[in-house]
Design a protein around this ligand. Structure first.
Ligand code: NI
Length: 159
């Protein structure tokens, strides 16, 4: 670092390296380092593989790219919040009698899948933000059939 050039991060030698990536990320989360959603989404390409951009109380804010069909699944103990950032994102749900309803969401639209409701997202290509308790699996407490290769069963990855 050039003399007189202050490190505005305030972390000095705690710079991110491959070996220190997880440690840096934890520090960033703990100290409230700003995270830009556009930059976060540009940092990975995988679809249906959510990244955690923030944590608050016991909740994660996650972002993901979406394309193709997700898998039918259910979160028995938690609602799941969606905000569409770009593209079109559809959520199919099933009622107790097995009747399907599909909501078509556009950028700026929000939608909540109530806990216990079977749902399957699908998209021709979009980016979404989700809000749900930390530890919530992307494929729910149970799912229908096999998980497709393009769907990541995860509780969210670090950026
Ligand atoms: Ni879900």
């Amino acid at each position: 670092m050039a003399p007189g050039h202050r490190d505005r991060s305030g972390f000095g030698r705690l710079r991110r390296t491959e070996n220190d990536r997880a440690g840096w990320w934890m520090i960033a989360l703990m100290t409230g380092k700003p995270v830009n959603l556009t930059a976060a989404l540009a940092s990975f390409d995988e679809v249906y593989s959510p990244r955690i951009v923030a944590r608050m109380n016991d909740y994660d804010v996650r972002v993901a790219h979406a394309r193709g069909d997700h898998v039918w699944h259910v979160h028995e103990d938690t609602d799941e919040f969606f905000l569409v950032l770009d593209g079109r994102f559809d959520v199919a749900t099933r009622d107790a009698d097995g009747r399907e309803t599909v909501v078509e969401l556009q950028p700026g639209d929000t939608y909540v899948v109530p806990k216990g409701v079977e749902h399957r997202p699908s998209s021709p290509g979009s980016s979404i933000l989700m809000f749900e308790p930390s530890g919530t699996s992307s494929t729910g407490d149970r799912h229908e059939g096999d998980i497709p290769d393009h769907v990541d069963s995860t509780t969210g990855h670090e950026l």
